[in-house]
Ligand binder design. Structure first.
Ligand code: PD2
Ligand code: ZN
Length: 291
């Protein structure tokens, strides 16, 4: 392909492509959004192919940077999740439905009530319409009038409802509330998927530095399922052959950084394609330090 035939991509659009490809958006949806923003079909397809190739060459692998233990095999420690089949946390009794030791994965039932799930979806529908992307040059959030954005964030403690959820999540994860990022909402429609990835920031990638500077590395993820999915949409852990089926109110936890600062590459995970229906999830990522 002749690269000179296409106008170069601005850094904002490049970052937008990186974010959306990593979220598993389809090529068709990205082209459609770019067509709405004065790209020609050929130019959009060209840039999507370029960025896709770049991303596949950068398979994230944990690296030893200023930490000799990082180069060693990951040492599993006791899960941060309390023992017991029912965890009485803040305002709710949460049931444990599955525990895996290596990698550290714990699944829960009844983490949220039906009403709470519905409220979070209802509150998100409005925000999703207003969601934007971070301008990598200015760091500001900018709105791109494309329909491809399917996610939004709730700032920590944004309102009393979010504050209550943040507190419950922090209690179950056994990690301080002020180490948590704001809850992220993702909405998948039919065919939507989130290709396998790691949630930690690959230390060898230059783009991770900005993320690591505030709060340090991510240490654990908590995914809450806000609706039942008719078919597909499981959270998959391909290296251990584990699939978590989304059920309204249930949740899954997994951790990938231990007290030595090592990172567990066995936590590769993804969102399988939604085959029928739609899928709404809320995700909380915890950091090593205050965030
Ligand atoms: O939607 C999911 O199941 C999923 C899969 C992988 C969510 C995330 N990662 C995430 O929010 O990090
Ligand atoms: Zn993830």
């Amino acid at each position: 392909m002749n690269t000179t035939a296409h106008p170069p991509l601005t850094s904002v659009w490049r970052q937008w492509l990186v974010d959306n490809l990593q979220r598993g958006c389809t090529q068709e949806s990205l082209v459609a959004a770019m067509l709405n923003n004065q790209f020609s079909s050929a130019t959009a397809t060209f840039h999507i192919a370029q960025v896709t190739a770049e991303l596949s060459n950068k398979a994230p692998k944990p690296a030893a940077v200023e930490n000799p233990a990082a180069a060693e095999k990951y040492r599993y420690e006791a899960s941060r999740i309390a023992s017991g089949n029912t965890l009485n946390v803040t305002d709710r009794a949460v049931s444990v439905s599955m525990r895996l030791a290596q990698p550290d994965i714990v699944a829960f039932d009844d983490f949220m009530s039906r009403a709470e799930c519905e409220r979070l979806i209802a509150d998100s529908i409005e925000k999703v319409e207003r969601s934007g992307v971070v301008d990598p040059e200015t760091g500001k959030t900018i709105i791109i009038p494309a329909r491809s954005s399917e996610g939004c964030y709730f700032q920590r403690g944004e309102n009393a409802f979010i504050q209550q959820l943040d507190a419950r999540i922090s209690a179950v994860m056994n990690w301080p509330i002020d180490h948590g990022e704001g809850i992220q909402i993702l909405h998948y429609t039919n065919g939507g998927e989130y290709r396998p990835h790691f949630d930690y920031f690959p230390v060898e990638q230059s783009g991770s530095a900005t993320h690591l500077a505030k709060g340090g590395q991510r240490v654990a993820t908590f995914i809450m399922y806000l609706n039942d999915v008719e078919a597909g949409g499981e959270t998959v852990f391909p290296d251990v052959g584990l699939n978590i089926v989304p059920r309204q109110g249930s949740a899954v936890y997994f951790s990938y950084v231990n007290s030595l600062g090592q990172i567990d590459p066995a936590t590769l995970h993804g969102g399988a394609p939604v085959i029928a229906g739609e899928k709404w999830i809320a995700t909380k990522w915890m950091r090593q330090e205050k965030y």
